[in-house]
Every structure is written in structure tokens, then in C-alpha cells.
Design a protein around this ligand. Structure first.
Ligand code: ACO
Length: 388
């Protein structure tokens, strides 16, 4: 263990018309630093996770963090990007600065403002994180990509409509207890399972309830070294972390396997010296329900092709043997791209310090996070442990 999270902040996720990107950044930056019991001047380095790719006109955004406080002026500040895993890319970059001894306190901020644009434009911007000509034309934004993946999975392993609806229902139910969630509505299995005016097919077998939300929002963390963390009022340690990057074209891979996800989980668990069964819960990247289904297999919870067992036998519910997405996940909490990975680390830190309120998994001490960019292209796993 070489780094720890010692402060955090999170805006509500959802449509925030009155906000700006710098406004969202400023709110969480100052709140996370205060949460750690620090002053802005104590921060040695700033990392911003911001996908953008056209969501906002300003594309040179690292310095927007400096707007939050004059004490940030002349601090090193860098923006990192890795598609939908941009947030975790920023977190892991911050951990590296701590590990290298280059900084004592790192501020990590993740932000996105997506909802100002019309739906088709949002879809086209998101597709920049996936589409390559050799994969053929994809209709329907990122949902189209995961619709193809779901179709392929159904062809190889049989119809999984019940499992996908059960994942959607679980995550919507969990999100009711999350005060930051965009959609706090228990939709129920029957609503998620049936096609209706309110739940139409979006792409292939995926209905609206199989898709994550389009969101605005921000989250932030303060990181420090283990020695310093022991003197802070709260601390959650990185016990293991790993990043596995795969080829972008889906045609170069067996896309139903999420092999980069498997590699990242294997490396992070080995670094932590634990196995999946030691974890008290997992926050995983449910950008689409079929992604969570395949991730059950890739993380090693069930063998290939048997993802449905994990949900239909209740293993991944809040009361199950490995609760998955007790925060409600991207499905109900929302998915403001650059903020998502940072949010996952905030949610997990809340759980591991007993501060998760209605979301709380009783006695949780050890947890895993999987954040994914593209269709299993950028794969980040963090294993976090409560320190105090
Ligand atoms: C690797 C990755 O992470 S890739 C993921 C990147 N993210 C994405 O691709 C975003 C995917 N999601 C979407 O594009 C959109 O949410 C869609 C297409 C599924 C739905 O959008 P629209 O059809 O435009 O829905 P719209 O915004 O008009 O809302 C209509 C209703 O559906 C609800 N709704 C919208 N999206 C969702 C959703 N994903 N799940 C459940 N309900 C939803 C709204 O709350 C609204 O409800 P109301 O009528 O009760 O007020």
C-alpha cells in the first residue's frame, strides 16, 4: 500500500443547466480539500479527468481547476483522458505521483457536462471513444456498439433478456438510497423486462433501461502517502491497482470476453494479495447492462457464458455474496464520463469508512472498482481497503 484517499466530494449527478464545467470543478475541489482537513495551498499536484471530445467548447481544461482558489496558481495541473475510464485514469495518475514521491497531497477531479447537447450529437461525441472504420458503421451511438455486443452474446450463449432486466432493476433499486444519484426510482423487474412506450428498444436487444444515463456532474478526491494518511482523520488505502489497455478495433478481439477487464482484475488482485471472494462489494462499469453481465465473467465471479447466474441467483444484490454496484452504478447514479471513475472511488471510500448511509454494506472493509473506457479498451481496477 503506497497511497490513500483522505478526502472526497461529489455533486449530485443529473441535468444541471445552471452549472458550468469550472463551477462543477470548483465545488468539488474546495469541498474535497476541506473534507481532508487541508487548505488549497497544501495541494502539491492537480490531475483533472475530463473526456470532453466536444461536450464543451473549451478543450484546454487543466487550468480550470485553478479558478477554484488562488492558492492553486503555479501548482502542476494536468488533464488526462481515457474515454469512459477518464476518471480512473486521473485517479491512477495521482497515485503514481504519490508513489514516485513527487507530491505529498494530490487533488484529483473528474468532471463532465453532457446534457446541454441534443441526443444524436451526444451519441456522435461518445462514439469517438469507440468507432474505427474497420469495425463497420455503427448506428445508435454507443448503445449501438453494446447492442451489437449483446446480440453476439445472445447468439453465443442464449437469450439473456431476464438477466439484463434483473441487472437494471437491481441497480435502479440500489440507486434509490444514493443521495447523489440522477434517477432515484425503483423501476422493478417487470418494467425493465418489457418493451413499452416508456421503455423502447434502443439498439439490438437493449432497451432504454439497459442504458446508463446522460449526465452532468463532478467528483473529487485528495490522495496522500501512507505515512501521512495515518495522521489524517480518515483514510482508505489503495491495496492494489492495475490498468490494462487493449486494441481499439473490436474486430481484433473476441469482444464478448472483455479480456482487458480480466487482465486488470487479475493484476490488481495479485498486487493486493487477495482474491475476489475476499471483497465485500464491487463497483463496476455498467454503462449498459450487458457490460455488467460480461464483467461478472471477466472478474472471475462466474465462468464464461454464465454471467446470468450471478444476477438471477441473487449473488450481486446488496444482500448477496458479492454485492455489485450498491451505489446504483452508472445505470441510476448517472455517467458524466470524466467524473465516473472518480465517483466510483468516492462511493467506495464512503462505504469503507461507514459513511454510505442507506447504501451502506454493513462492515465493508475491502472492495474493488472496475472502470472501463470504450468497449473493454481502457480497463482500470482499484482494490481499496479501509485504513481508519
Ligand atoms: C464505455 C461506456 O461507458 S459507453 C456509455 C456512454 N454513455 C452512453 O452511451 C449514454 C447512453 N444513454 C443514452 O444515450 C440515453 O439515456 C438513451 C438513448 C438510452 C435514452 O435517451 P432518450 O431516449 O433521449 O430519453 P429522454 O432523455 O428523452 O428521456 C425520456 C424518459 O426516459 C428516461 N430515461 C432516459 N434515459 C434513461 C435511461 N438510460 N435509463 C432509464 N430511463 C431513462 C427519462 O428520465 C425520461 O423519463 P420521463 O419520461 O419519466 O421523464
Amino acid at each position: 500500500m503506497t497511497a490513500a484517499i483522505v478526502g472526497w466530494a461529489h455533486t449530485p449527478f443529473g441535468k444541471q443547466d445552471a452549472e458550468t464545467v469550472e463551477g462543477l470543478i470548483g465545488r468539488v475541489a474546495t469541498q474535497a480539500i476541506a473534507d481532508a482537513g487541508l487548505e488549497p495551498g497544501d495541494i502539491d499536484e492537480i490531475v483533472l479527468g475530463h473526456f470532453n471530445a466536444g461536450f464543451s467548447a473549451q478543450d484546454f481544461t487543466a487550468s480550470l481547476v485553478l479558478q477554484a482558489d488562488d492558492a492553486f496558481r503555479f501548482k502542476p495541473a494536468t488533464r488526462v483522458e481515457n474515454a469512459c475510464a477518464t476518471g480512473s485514469a486521473a485517479v491512477h495518475q495521482g497515485v503514481k505521483a504519490i508513489r514516485a514521491g513527487a507530491a505529498r497531497f494530490v487533488l484529483v477531479v473528474g468532471v463532465e457536462q453532457m446534457t446541454r447537447l441534443p441526443g444524436p450529437e451526444i451519441g456522435n461525441i461518445l462514439l469517438k471513444a469507440s468507432y474505427l472504420p474497420e469495425d463497420g458503421a455503427t448506428q445508435g451511438g454507443f448503445a449501438g456498439v453494446f447492442g451489437q455486443i449483446a446480440e453476439g452474446y445472445f447468439q453465443r450463449w442464449g437469450d439473456q433478456s431476464d438477466a439484463l432486466a434483473a441487472i437494471a432493476a437491481k441497480n435502479h433499486q440500489n440507486g434509490v438510497a444514493n443521495p447523489y444519484a440522477q434517477m432515484r426510482k425503483d423501476l422493478g423487474f417487470d418494467f425493465c423486462r418489457a418493451e413499452s412506450d416508456k421503455n423502447p428498444f434502443v439498439a439490438g436487444p437493449l432497451k432504454r433501461t439497459d442504458c446508463s444515463l446522460v449526465s452532468d456532474g463532478a467528483a473529487a478526491l485528495v490522495l496522500t502517502d501512507m505515512t501521512t494518511a495515518l495522521g489524517m482523520k480518515k483514510a482508505v488505502a489503495f491495496r492494489g491497482l492495475a490498468h490494462a489497455q487493449d486494441f481499439l478495433p473490436m474486430s481484433k478481439r473476441d469482444i464478448l470476453k472483455f479480456e482487458g477487464c480480466s487482465v486488470a482484475w487479475g493484476k490488481a488482485l495479485a498486487a493486493a494479495g487477495v482474491s475476489l471472494s475476499d471483497l465485500d462489494f464491487v463497483e463496476t462499469h455498467d454503462c449498459f447492462t450487458v457490460a455488467e453481465l460480461i464483467e461478472y465473467e471477466a472478474m472471475g465471479l462466474v465462468p464464461e457464458g454464465q454471467g446470468a447466474r450471478a444476477i438471477l441467483e441473487g449473488w450481486t444484490t446488496k444482500e448477496g455474496k458479492l454485492p455489485v454496484n450498491p451505489s446504483g452504478g452508472l445505470k441510476s447514479k448517472g455517467h458524466p464520463i470524466g467524473a465516473t471513475g472518480v465517483s466510483m472511488h468516492v462511493m467506495t471510500s464512503m462505504q469503507l469508512t461507514g459513511q454510505a448511509g442507506g447504501m451502506q454494506i454493513p462492515g465493508a472493509e475491502l472492495a474493488g472498482i472496475f472502470n472501463m473506457g470504450g468497449a473493454a479498451v481502457a480497463n482500470y481496477v482499484s482494490v481499496l481497503q479501509a485504513l481508519k
